[in-house]
Design a protein around this ligand. Structure first.
Ligand SMILES: NC(=O)c1ccc[n+]([C@@H]2O[C@H](COP(=O)([O-])OP(=O)(O)OC[C@H]3O[C@@H](n4cnc5c(N)ncnc54)[C@H](OP(=O)(O)O)[C@@H]3O)[C@@H](O)[C@H]2O)c1
Length: 308
């Protein structure tokens, strides 16, 4: 019975050292080394091999090394093999940091000041209080809720939107399509932390931007596929949106010359809002292997019908 890791090899080496210390009885291989492929029961992958079951005929569990699973073709995965996404504190903490940084950057007009600095222009923009600003998070899962908790001390009006209803102290929670307009109307800054599914692809589009307060700011830390790029450019041009912080794009990296690279009101980072941390990820994976051995439900088990 063995575990194979198929993602960044440098981090694979870190996983190897951690597993050797924590679970020396579990043979571990970093792709392309697989050991005896018939003995591989567990695969931790960013992208699985094309012929997954042909490669590992006795696979029992497929783990995503990332929080999302949109890189997997769910229809191509055999139904008997559970797919488990990564839920670990390293990803969650880093996302809470990045989203807070982005919300504060938009709240304190950082994109406008970066432009002014390049132009050697000393011009003050009136400071707005946090209490006068509504910050809303699309997606109230592991990450969305952690972001809202980290934002709470700043004093923004906080709100969130999800498929099923949530109750979070200090957060106005909205659920389902019927409550989306009321949610959007209160978002001076909107943070996208939805998973990318058939339902959420292209979710950040002109029709949604039109329902935000004029001059709202956008933070996309979900996936590039959530955003209709031309609609963002048009909304920034018209002033419907004031600025955007984008950590994700489609494709990644963006091609040379893409308008996002040099747009004065887009802050762009290369998908670094959060990263799986080997130490805590290995702990989380081992805890899930224990749950699996006991016949319990694993944390982060993906519902294939919903796509997340
Ligand atoms: N940029 C980065 O570095 C980075 C890093 C990690 C993750 N991410 C992205 O963040 C995403 C969210 O991660 P997570 O761990 O918070 O996921 P999660 O725990 O599965 O939460 C997803 C949330 O989105 C809601 N949702 C999904 N589809 C919806 C729909 N059609 N309508 C309304 N709400 C919907 C869910 O509603 P319910 O609660 O009702 O199910 C849930 O609240 C990941 O899928 C990934 O794409 C990005």
């Amino acid at each position: 019975m063995s575990l194979v890791y198929k993602a960044d090899p440098a981090r694979g080496a870190e996983w190897a050292a951690l597993l050797a210390a924590k679970r020396p009885d579990l043979p571990f291989h970093v792709w392309p080394d697989t050991g005896d492929a018939a003995a591989v029961r567990f695969l931790a992958a960013w992208v699985p091999p094309a012929d997954l079951m042909g490669t590992f005929p006795n696979l029992e569990v497929l783990f995503s090394v990332g929080a999302g699973v949109d890189q997997f073709d769910l229809s191509a995965l055999p139904p008997q093999v559970p797919l488990v996404r990564m839920v670990e504190p390293g990803i969650i903490d880093a996302m809470a940091e990045y989203a807070t940084m982005s919300v504060l950057a938009l709240h304190r007009d950082l994109p406008a000041y970066l432009v002014q600095q390049r132009e050697e222009r000393w011009k003050q923009i009136r400071v707005r209080t946090a209490a006068s600003r509504g910050v809303g998070v699309l997606g109230l899962g592991e990450l969305g809720q952690a972001v809202l908790a980290r934002l709470a001390p700043f004093g923004f009006r906080l709100s969130g939107w999800s498929r099923s209803r949530k109750a979070i102290p200090g957060v106005a929670c909205h659920a389902g399509a019927a409550e989306l307009p009321a949610f959007l109307a209160g978002c001076d800054i909107l943070v996208c932390l939805l998973p990318l599914t058939a339902e959420t692809r292209g979710f950040l589009h002109a029709g949604l931007f039109a329902q935000l307060p004029p001059g709202a700011g956008l933070v996309n830390v979900g996936r590039g596929g959530h955003l209709v790029q031309q609609d963002l450019l048009a909304a920034l041009d018209s002033g419907r949106l004031s600025a955007a912080v984008l950590d994700v794009a489609e494709p990644e990296p963006l091609p040379a010359g893409h308008p996002f690279w040099r747009h004065p009101r887009i802050l762009l980072t290369p998908h670094i809002a959060s990263q799986t941390q080997p130490e805590t990820a290995v702990e989380a994976l081992l805890a899930n292997l224990d749950r699996h051995a006991r016949g319990e439900r694993m944390l982060g088990l993906v519902d294939r019908a919903r796509g997340y």
